[in-house]
Design a protein around this ligand. Structure first.
Ligand SMILES: Nc1ncnc2c1ncn2[C@@H]1O[C@H](COP(=O)(O)OP(=O)(O)OP(=O)(O)O)[C@@H](O)[C@H]1O
Ligand SMILES: [Mg+2]
Length: 279
């Protein structure tokens, strides 16, 4: 295991997000269970990180720590040089369970964060309209979440997160419930926004293809204990294109990530795999 001093890392490249030795344990039938075990990761400003790994390896736990919704048992998450102690307006979160307010319409859900941010009614309405259209829900702007399908709820949650314009996007399987076409469309929109307006993105997915297509780096996690198993640089240029998905370079990267995720048991013990990563 390579130990990297957080201070040394900071001096080299000031990380926008720095996860420093984060451990999260739960009590499971009287035994300590490591949802995350000493996870360290630096994400540079404007970097696009995707996180893949088997179910239960701690991806959402890591996201919740970054979002400030869950406290680590030890270690810390640092954003813009400050230890995360709660949610903040610079971090937009899209949850795995698209957490909409059930009593508010699509439009009101999307407007919600804008109201908190102090925008006037007209501006809220216009902004919400734009993002509702972007995710293809204009026809359902006045519908309540219970009238939406899973994929539509997910799109509403995406519109709500994008609308407040956060500079950090924390996305937990945001496109998981979408059909292939909508998924590709939203991947492209996300990359467009990211390249035009620059965001720092941490994006969890089960889809290896998606992980490679979007990212600067793919972080592969492993379970029991939840840890970073591998990190793979994606040296493909942006803009990423549909043709690129068919290229030998893309295929080689996808196979590498796939191998890392699905053949974790064939690798050597956790102690000899990288669990500390630096941008
Ligand atoms: N509140 C909790 N109490 C006890 N155990 C928990 C709690 N939250 C998470 N865990 C455990 O921590 C581990 C990691 O959970 P987490 O939700 O982070 O996994 P994940 O990688 O996001 O999985 P998935 O891909 O299925 O979403 C799991 O084994 C889970 O059972
Ligand atoms: Mg999860």
């Amino acid at each position: 295991m390579t130990a990297t001093s957080p201070l040394a890392a900071e001096a080299a490249t000031p990380a926008r997000i720095s996860v420093q030795g984060v451990t999260k344990t739960y009590n499971l039938a009287g035994k300590e269970f490591f949802a995350l075990d000493n996870v360290s990761l630096d994400v540079a400003d404007n970097e696009f990180i995707t996180v893949v790994g088997p179910s239960g390896c701690g991806k959402s736990t890591l996201m919740n720590v970054l979002a400030g919704l869950d406290k680590p048992t030890s270690g810390q998450a640092v954003v813009d040089g400050k230890v995360v102690s709660g949610p903040g307006p610079e971090r937009g979160v899209i949850f795995q369970q698209y957490a909409l307010f059930p009593w508010l319409t699509v439009r009101k859900n999307v407007e919600f964060g804008l109201k908190t941010a102090g925008l006037g009614a007209k501006e809220r309405r216009e902004k919400a309209e734009h993002f509702i259209e972007m995710v293809g829900l204009s026809q359902f702007a006045d519908a309540l979440p219970k009238m939406l399908s899973g994929g539509m709820k997910q799109r509403c949650a995406i519109a709500r997160a994008y609308a407040v314009d956060p500079t950090i996007l924390l996305m937990d399987e945001p496109f998981g419930a979408l059909d292939a076409l909508t998924r590709v469309k939203l991947q492209e929109q996300l990359l467009d926004t990211w390249s035009q307006e620059k965001r720092t993105v941490v994006f969890i997915t089960h889809d290896v293809d998606e992980a490679v297509y979007l990212a600067n780096r793919v972080v592969v996690m492993a379970a029991r204990p939840g840890r970073i198993f591998d990190v793979i640089d994606v040296d493909l240029p942006y803009p990423r294109t549909e043709e690129m998905r068919l290229s030998p370079e893309f295929t080689a990267l996808r196979n590498r990530v796939w191998h890392s995720v699905y053949h974790q048991n064939t690798r050597t013990a956790a102690g000899s795999t990288p669990s500390t990563l630096t941008a």
